[in-house]
Design a protein around this ligand. Structure first.
Ligand SMILES: [Zn+2]
Length: 64
């Protein structure tokens, strides 16, 4: 599974499974449930298409 993290300034990073580089990704909403929102992103590194999943608690969301 791809390692992921969110930075304090709101960027989404996914780690390449091959070289370990953190790549900035732009995830799109995927399935979630009542308490968590799921986001999915795809990125390319080392010539491989890779997928990353982010989840975050809905309490943390900003509603616009
Ligand atoms: Zn890589």
């Amino acid at each position: 599974m791809t390692e992921t993290k969110m930075t304090e300034d709101g960027k989404y990073l996914a780690r390449c499974g091959q070289c370990g580089t953190w790549v900035e990704v732009y995830p799109a909403p995927a399935t979630g449930d009542l308490f968590f929102e799921a986001l999915k992103a795809e990125f390319q590194c080392c010539g491989r298409q890779q997928g990353a999943t982010f989840t975050r608690e809905k309490d943390c969301l900003d509603f616009h």
